[in-house]
Ligand binder design. Structure first.
Ligand code: NI
Length: 255
């Protein structure tokens, strides 16, 4: 099993990362993708990926931090990618109109620039989309990235069907396990198996029955269980296909 999106460089893991990784291993989580939200987190995540063979990483600027995008940001991202084969994608990037922590026009500009960077570097993109699906689509439709995942997908199927028709992936978190998440489970039902990934987004959004606690990669098993139930398939089958999808999407070496 692969946790396709976790923030291992977050300060919540600074005290006990080895124990967290040991529990992930014991739960059957063989590999994970450590996500960058800021330049600092991207650099820290790359250090973690360099230290552990089974961890890979992404680099990018989250829409919350779009206002921090500077004259040399693209250059810094480019040099991080060039410095290590462990960097497997640009992300997480996108638009967040829920918190609006950066002005929307700047979010859109920074998203567009990082999508173009990913094309230039032939890397897939990990997209954050919150209350912004129309603008995310219009920018994606303009740049046409070759490989993209909507991470932590909470959208209804009618809003994300066009992404799936374009060949892009959807990735689901522990939010899918919450009682009120019927709309998300409906999206899971519609999402083709070969375009679906699972993730924790740890340390946030712990799935049932760990809800309210710090989330960690071992808990991705609960997301797999939820997807298996919605799809009417075994956990082993969901494990197999989501692992294959993540390996293909991030271009991971054979383990
Ligand atoms: Ni995230």
């Amino acid at each position: 099993m692969i946790d396709s999106h976790c923030h291992l460089a977050a300060q919540q893991f600074s005290g006990d990362l080895d124990a967290v990784l040991a529990r992930a291993k014991a739960a059957g989580v063989e590999r994970m993708i450590c996500i960058g939200d800021t330049i600092e987190e991207s650099e820290d995540g790359l250090r973690i990926a360099e230290k552990y063979e089974h961890i890979f990483c992404t680099v990018g600027l989250h829409p919350h931090c779009a206002k921090d995008f500077g004259a040399n940001t693209l250059e810094v991202l480019r040099s991080l990618v060039a410095s290590s084969k462990k960097v497997r994608a640009i992300g997480e990037i996108g638009l967040d109109y829920h918190y609006d922590l950066s002005p929307r026009d700047i979010q859109r500009e920074v998203f567009r620039k990082q999508l173009i960077l990913a094309q230039e570097l032939s890397l897939p993109v990990v997209v954050h989309c919150r209350e912004s699906v129309e603008d995310v689509w219009s920018i994606v439709d303009e740049i046409k990235p070759s490989s993209l995942v909507i991470h932590c997908c909470t959208e209804k199927w009618s809003d994300v069907e066009r992404f799936v028709k374009r060949g892009y992936l959807l990735s689901f978190t522990g939010i899918a396990t919450y009682p009120k998440s019927e709309e998300i489970r409906d999206t899971i039902k519609h999402c083709p198996l070969d375009q679906l990934m699972i993730e924790t987004d740890a340390p946030f959004l712990a799935p049932v029955p760990h809800r309210g606690k710090r989330n960690e990669p071992a808990f991705v098993v609960e997301v797999a269980k939820c997807v298996a139930e919605v799809k009417g398939l075994s956990i082993d089958e969901i494990d197999r296909v989501t692992t294959e999808n993540a390996e293909r999407f991030f271009g991971l070496p054979d383990s």
